[in-house]
Design a protein around this ligand. Structure first.
Ligand code: BDP
Length: 649
């Protein structure tokens, strides 16, 4: 109780204290890139850090730790950014910490940025889990709720009014979850004094991954001219060999900007151009964006350069270049069509998760994961159970890996989480997500939640609102939420475009009885399709396997058991994909960390790879299957045909 109050009280107090020179941005969320008019300075790296271990966790606010260097108000330790803080130290109190932690870094801001009044200086945090407050030189610049999406603040005003080039950035981050946060959680105080000391509390959640916290993605300083491109929205389609790119540019800081848009091919050749803040570009002999393994030349990206010339008085020009993939997505009652061709999702569910860094963004890990996915013949993944880093989506755009983009609506099991406050926040998160990810060709579907208690009556209204709002934000992509096969009386499914079902036959149900999978899975598919006549994705299935544990005949937790479960599922998929099953996503790509419980042996072991990305037997099984499926579609590029037969293993 204290916890939730403190979080909310702090929120209100801080909202009231929003200062005049800084403002939190409400507009577009273009990824910061360099251009002739824009500079980017990455201020990630080593930051100073302190967890507020005071009983109420609010000493930092009482003593205003943001007002002076953090080292002056108590001890600090080194903390890498981006990274979760949990696994960085040897201290279990830090690993399991709940409450406010404080980060601080001094950075040099180039003098010309400050001197030039026509330069906007923006500070952007890629994501921080879960609730963040940001100060610059002791002045509040922004606050943000939600752990997986970026936030930013225009800090030029405060820099010009305070100490100039050297600036002290302070970020307080709170990982407390409430019934209204996404994901939800509750704080439980233990009152039995014979078993727990005074003030003892735990955080309860209904999701199956470790609630890693901290500054998880890069922190960037970037500039734009004051008259600048705030947002760009593109939608694409094609007819015969003509590609159509409709664009909409939002410009701030100039009343009558002159906007020029040019689209260039790979070789730099301009293929179309237009003037104005909105319009349609026509591309003849279009190269469509195709998924990996579906075309000889997948993932074709054009470059769209938007150039804005402000009015004569200020004469500023802003330039932003956006990669654009031209493709369409459609759903029929039995198919998922990309560029009007049936697309079968043979993919994985992932987590942002690794040793030491937790959920911290890490390029080596991202590149390794994409190499592994391509090695396995994976053509798609779902961002279970929250939005992933933008850099990951950009990589998927460039490699043709298709994405189901999921919001952090996971573990919504308590009826009190279906109320208006939760719904309002959920709608806001969907807006932030669509605003951030709308231009990625790799993103083909929005997932608004994972396994909510959709049998509860309020779920119907809740999901109707969510799905229709998401469609109003983006009518070009289907919307789904992931349902649990148990919820036969699903209240939300009528509103979605694609039914995504998770089931763990012979694991959570009838453990040990793989012989039942075929019967039960057939029933599952026929029931869902019979009821809704919509295409179905098996969005999760799998079994834990502790790498190196063997038994034949198979027993639970061995590699043999995991492969047997997979094979039994695959036999049914192979029948049903001739009818209405449009995809299969294994749970999970790799083992990942969870809270400590009696059902988890240092994390969830349903990965077909270990947490260190080494293959278990299941990875080889899946690899063979995925390449075979890709081969069968007949769309496999020449270089990849018979890949499995001829490639060195
Ligand atoms: C599914 C959840 C997923 C879990 C998985 C499991 O969607 O987050 O990790 O179960 O239990 O129902 O392994």
């Amino acid at each position: 109780m204290l916890w939730q109050c403190q979080l909310l009280v702090t929120k209100c107090a801080l909202l009231a204290a929003i200062c005049g020179v800084c403002r939190s941005l409400q507009g577009g969320m273009l990824f910061p890139t360099e251009s002739p008019s824009r500079e980017v300075k990455d201020v990630s790296g080593l930051w100073r850090f302190r967890a507020d271990l005071s009983p109420e966790r609010n000493r930092g606010f009482e003593q205003q730790w943001y007002r002076s260097p953090l080292a002056q108000t108590g001890p600090v330790i080194d903390m890498p950014v981006p990274s979760s803080y949990n696994d960085i130290t040897q201290d279990a109190k830090i690993r399991d910490f709940i409450g406010w932690v404080w980060y601080e870094k001094d950075v040099w801001v180039p003098a010309r940025w400050i001197q030039d009044r026509g330069t906007r200086i923006v500070l952007r945090v890629g994501s921080a889990h879960y609730y963040s407050v940001l100060w610059v030189n002791g002045v509040k610049a922004a606050e943000h709720e939600g752990g997986h999406l970026p936030f930013e603040a225009d800090i030029g005003g405060v820099l010009r009014q305070t100490s100039g080039n050297q600036c002290r950035i302070t970020i307080a981050v709170n990982n407390t979850l409430t019934l209204e946060t996404l994901p939800p959680g509750t704080i439980q105080y233990m009152t039995d004094r014979s078993r727990y000391p005074a003030g003892y509390f735990v955080q309860n959640t209904n999701f199956d991954f470790f609630n890693y916290a901290g500054i998880h993605r890069p922190v960037l300083l970037y500039t734009t001219p004051t008259a600048h491109i705030d947002d760009i929205t593109v939608e694409t389609t094609f007819s015969d060999n003509i590609g159509l790119v409709s664009f909409n540019v939002s410009v701030l800081g100039s009343s009558k900007p002159a906007v020029k848009v040019t689209l260039s091919a790979h070789d730099g050749r301009c293929v179309a151009s237009a003037d104005g803040i909105r319009g349609v570009l026509k591309v003849t002999d279009v190269n469509l964006w195709w998924p990996y393994l579906m075309h000889e030349n997948p993932a074709y990206l054009y470059s769209m350069e938007v150039s804005v010339q402000a009015t004569a008085e200020d004469g500023q020009t802003d330039v932003y270049t956006l990669p654009v993939g031209i493709r369409t997505v459609k759903v029929t009652s039995t198919q998922f069509l990309i560029n009007n061709k049936p697309f079968y999702f043979h993919g994985v569910n992932k987590h942002e998760d690794a040793d030491i860094r937790g959920k911290g963004f890490d390029w080596p890990l991202v590149v390794k994961d994409f190499n592994l996915m391509k090695w396995m013949g994976v053509n798609s993944f779902r961002t279970s159970h929250y939005p992933y880093a933008e850099e990951i989506l950009q990589t998927a755009d460039r490699h043709g890996i298709v994405i189901i983009d999921e919001c952090p609506g996971v573990g919504i099991k308590d009826i009190r989480s279906f109320g208006n406050v939760s719904l309002a926040h959920h709608l806001t998160v969907m807006e932030e997500l669509v605003r951030r990810d709308k231009n990625h060709p790799s993103v083909v579907m929005w997932s608004v939640a994972n396994e909510p208690a959709s049998e509860m009556p309020p779920a119907g209204f809740y999901f109707k609102e969510l799905v229709s709002h998401t469609k109003s934000l983006d009518s070009s992509r289907p919307v789904t939420y992931i349902t649990d096969s148990n919820y036969a009386r699903d209240q939300g499914a009528p509103y979605v475009d694609v039914i995504c079902v998770n089931s763990y036959l012979s694991w959570y149900h009838d453990p040990g009885h793989t012989e039942l999978i075929s019967l039960q899975l057939n029933t599952q598919f026929d029931d869902w399709f019979g009821k809704y006549q919509k295409p179905i994705i098996q969005s999760e299935y799998g079994a834990d396997a502790v790498s190196g544990l063997h038994s034949d005949p198979p027993m639970m937790f061995t590699e043999e058991y995991q492969t047997t479960v997979l094979q039994n599922y695959h036999n049914v998929f192979d029948q049903k994909r001739k009818e209405f099953v449009i995809g299969e996503l294994i749970w999970n790509f790799a083992d990942f960390m969870t809270a400590q419980t009696i059902t988890r042996v240092v994390g969830n072991k349903k990965g077909i790879l270990t947490r260190q990305r080494q293959p278990k037997a299941g990875a080889f099984l899946l690899r063979e299957r995925y390449w075979r499926i890709a081969n069968e579609t007949g769309a496999l590029p020449a270089w990849a045909r018979n890949y499995i037969l001829f490639k060195d293993h």
